[in-house]
Design a protein around this ligand. Structure first.
Ligand code: HAM
Length: 423
């Protein structure tokens, strides 16, 4: 049956048959975040659009093409957030979180919005899990944040992913590098795609990670950022690599990683899964030492990452990994006859109060229909109440896996289910 409305293009429903996968992954992410002593931060879904224009960058694709902008009734210009870092920085500054204990390591799991061409692994509303480590420029934190991403993917059981890291230097190194890039790419200007011709003067680094084959080919021989790092940035990058090696985290240095957001300085990294096709970045991040000042705060170095939930689920499905068990009730009550039906209401209530997940069908009457419903619910036990059970204050408990069943006193039911001592 087709209804009148459809889900907007680039969005999707997370149906009950899929939502347990989300719960599994978010639960695992929370566990890792708590393991590293990160606290959750929840910011609004929309912000002043200036926040993103100033941070993600006026020349970035996200701001130029992909932002969902709208005016509210008073004419204020807002945007659905396209990413989570700028809102976290905004909140940190606004709430003076540097004064609060345990507020420098933050994590979030939240929907983001980008008006891009939808394809496999790319949506207009997608969900990110992410972390931000705020307040230090020590490269040990770079290594720690990267390690966190690595451990998360590893703990989920993923095998087919790789870690690529780079340093994109600071504004100091960028001046000469950008000049060198403009000089190099200008020789091929006519062959570059339209986007790259636009990017060339404003943001030449972005040409390096263009996906268009001719641009990619030209970029192959472009000057490398690593040859332009100043001493501080070079030392920083060497230490990050050393610490990763010490933690046995495998990585490759890829000088072409530039990231699509303008706020990055020094370390940039991506976790890639090449089985995913074009949208192969499972997770990406980097350092952003200048962002706080850019947004009116104090000079505060920071580093973080974010990953797409959808790409993670696709990767896990590709590798046949488990998302844990689908939730199901422990008990399903089957009641035969009016009196038993009425009694089942209080029994179900009592079991739920005892933290025993229970379901029943008040609708269905016949034994067959109710047993079928019990079966579909995937409950561990079926509890049958008929005239005989009512008269003798008992209940028949059936193990739905083995088919074994037994009649036991009602008074012992809760304990029996909790201890699974019966059948
Ligand atoms: P990003 O690389 O733009 O970085 O996005 C991070 C991740 O979000 C990507 O690696 C990808 O897995 C997922 N993603 C991005 N766009 C889409 C989309 N349209 N559909 C599905 N998944 C998508 C950031 O957003 C930075 N805020 C990360 C960060 C945190 N850097 C420092 N701290």
């Amino acid at each position: 049956m087709a209804g009148k409305y459809k889900v907007p293009r680039g969005t999707y429903d997370i149906l009950p048959s899929e939502s347990y996968k989300w719960q599994f992954i978010t639960q695992k992410f929370r566990e890792i975040a708590h393991l590293f002593n990160y606290r959750e931060i929840i910011t609004p879904i929309f912000e002043s659009s200036g926040l993103f224009e100033r941070s993600v960058g006026g020349n970035s694709d996200i701001v130029q093409k992909e932002m969902y902008k709208f005016k509210d009734k008073k004419g204020r210009q807002f945007a659905l957030r396209p990413e989570g870092t700028a809102p976290v920085v905004r909140s940190y500054i606004e709430n003076s979180l540097q004064m609060q204990p345990n507020a420098s390591k933050l994590y979030y799991i939240a929907p983001m919005f980008r008006y891009d061409r939808p394809q496999k692994g790319r949506y207009r509303q997608f969900y990110q899990y992410g972390v931000e480590n705020i307040g230090s420029e020590n490269p040990a934190y770079d290594a720690e944040v990267i390690a966190m991403g690595y451990i998360f993917l590893e703990k989920l059981g993923l095998q087919n992913f790789s870690l690529e890291i780079n340093s994109i230097g600071c504004s100091n190194c960028s001046q000469d590098y950008d000049k060198a890039l403009i000089e190099y790419f200008s020789q091929y200007e006519a062959e570059l795609c339209k986007d790259c011709r636009n990017r060339l003067q404003k943001n030449p680094k972005r040409v390096l990670d263009c996906k268009v084959p001719t641009c990619r080919k030209i970029a192959q021989n472009a000057p490398s950022m690593l040859d332009y790092l100043d001493e501080d940035c070079q030392n920083h990058f060497e230490k990050v690599q050393k610490y990763l090696q010490e933690m046995n985290i495998p990585f490759t240095v890829n000088p072409k990683i530039v990231r699509g957001l303008d706020y990055y300085t020094q370390t940039a990294f991506e976790f890639l899964n090449n089985n995913l096709g074009a949208q192969n970045a499972v997770c990406g991040g980097g350092r952003y030492n200048g962002l706080f000042q850019q947004l009116g705060g104090q000079n505060t170095p920071a580093i973080g990452f974010a990953g797409g939930m959808e790409r993670l689920i696709l990767s896990m499905e590709n590798e046949g990994l488990s998302f844990g068990e689908e939730p199901h009730p422990q008990a399903f009550v089957v009641a035969l006859g009016d009196e038993a039906k009425e009694f089942s209401l209080s029994l179900v209530h009592k079991l739920r109060n005892e933290k025993i997940a229970t379901d029943t069908s008040y609708e269905k009457n016949s034994l067959k229909a109710q047993m079928k419903a019990a079966d579909k619910s995937n409950a561990l036990y079926c509890l049958i109440l008929g005239d005989d059970e009512l008269k003798t204050d008992t209940v028949t408990i059936k193990n739905m896996k083995t088919g074994e069943q037994k009649q036991i006193p009602l008074a012992t039911l809760v304990q029996a289910i909790k201890q699974r001592t019966l059948v």
